[in-house]
Design a protein around this ligand. Structure first.
Ligand SMILES: Cc1ncc(COP(=O)(O)O)c(C=O)c1O
Length: 391
């Protein structure tokens, strides 16, 4: 499909041996061992570079694993009131909050949960600076800049695309805009390696250099695929050290995907096997309800036990949406009603985006430990979860 995002991960890892009938269907199953593997890579980067690494809740906010996340990372980054509260109450540590637009009715509560309040525009900063100053907790004020330097391959995921609303254009920074600011934030990457980060920094550093003296930190946002096998972590470590030395500033990174990369699957079940010109499979996983990025990005999730040659089916969800199609998948054996299957790399940006359109049930959430084989069904959802978000 034109504009289709490349699947960047999708290694089955320990899930190759997981018996899919051990959980209800549909169900997210997250391997704690894989999450710890990612977290220890991120902690190693933090320890060796001196960077502060925060876990981006927007990507992965499975708070039953919050104590695990906090064993390795310093805190969380939040996108507004609810995530800031989740970060403060369930995770602890530092909370860095950025929202494209804060509301006056929420601002004091958000500030109360946050260590860094990062504003998207000088106008929002001016408007809410008195609230920050009046807060009981000590809060740093950040400004998100727009580096005006595109590294994104897909416009929808490129905060530096033309007319982007995200971040204040770096070319327009001046002393007035920077008044009261002690941190600079930028987030421009999406599932990227190290080199785009370095190029972005080279594009902006001279423009923010005049303000280094008033700043405490610089936050390079997320989008760094640090835990992917081919990420140049040594270069990142050297880069962070260089930036710290050259600027005298603390450096923050707030990866989301990298925390949960290849750490979870979404298990589903075959409901029906109609034929219309080709073999179809209706399953209890819906693209639109359970993996909306399949349609939004769009991308094709990898499936456990896919083969190159065999029996090909077009999988689609139980909803009424004609476009609720996940993709075409080839299996060694013919599918049968009741068969289980699993999509790979579903821990991040799927669990946080689920919805109950069409009254489609939400997937259960389970934690598996691939070393001990212990399996815990953390949460199952029911009619009330659907009912309680309507009226
Ligand atoms: C401000 C900010 N920080 C962090 C992240 C996390 O990015 P990722 O999950 O791609 O690492 C995002 C993602 O959109 C973001 O907008």
């Amino acid at each position: 499909m034109a504009g289709m995002m490349q699947t960047q991960a999708g290694d089955a890892g320990a899930f190759k041996t997981f018996d899919l009938s051990r959980v209800p269907s549909p169900c997210f199953v997250v391997d704690e061992v894989a999450v710890r593997r990612n977290l220890s890579v991120l902690k190693d980067v933090a320890d060796r570079s001196g960077a502060h690494v925060l876990s981006a809740l927007k990507a992965f906010s499975m708070f039953s694993l919050a104590p695990v996340v906090r064993e390795y990372l310093e805190g969380t980054c939040a996108s507004g009131l609810y995530e800031a509260r989740l970060g403060r109450e369930k995770y602890g540590g530092e909370v860095a909050t950025f929202c494209a637009g804060y509301k006056a009715s929420e601002i004091d509560e958000i500030i109360g949960y946050s260590d860094h309040m990062i504003f998207n525009s000088p106008a929002q900063k001016e408007r809410f600076l008195p609230n920050v100053r009046a807060a009981k907790n000590r809060v740093d004020v950040g400004l998100r800049i727009n580096p005006e330097h595109s590294e994104g391959e897909v416009e929808k995921y490129d905060p530096c695309a033309p007319c982007s609303r995200l971040g204040f254009p770096v070319s327009r920074l001046d002393a007035e805009v920077m008044q009261g600011v002690n941190g600079i934030h930028m987030h421009t990457l999406c599932e990227q390696g190290f080199e785009p980060l370095e190029r972005t920094w080279n594009a902006v550093k001279d423009k923010i250099a005049p303000y280094f003296g008033q700043l405490k930190w610089i936050n390079f946002g997320g989008g760094h695929h640090i835990t992917r096998a081919d990420y140049d972590r040594e270069a990142l470590i050297a880069f962070v050290k260089d930036v710290r030395e050259a600027t005298g500033l603390e450096v923050y990174l707030e990866p989301g995907e990298a925390v949960a990369l290849d750490a979870g699957i979404l298990v589903g079940e075959v409901l029906d096997l109609p034929v219309n010109t080709m073999d179809l499979a209706i399953v209890d996983i819906s693209a639109t309800c359970h993996m909306p990025d399949v349609i939004e990005a769009p991308y094709r999730p990898a499936m456990l036990d896919e083969v190159k040659q065999g029996h090909t089916y077009r999988l689609g969800g139980p909803s009424c949406l004609a476009g609720d199609v996940i993709g075409d998948y080839t299996r060694a054996e013919r599918l049968e009603v009741g068969d289980r299957f699993a999509f790979l790399d579903q821990a991040h940006y799927s669990m946080v985006k689920t919805n109950t359109f069409n009254g489609v049930p939400l997937p259960a959430i389970a934690v598996w430990n691939s070393k001990s084989d212990e399996l815990k069904i953390i949460r199952e959802f029911a009619y009330n979860d659907f009912l309680n978000r309507l009226s």
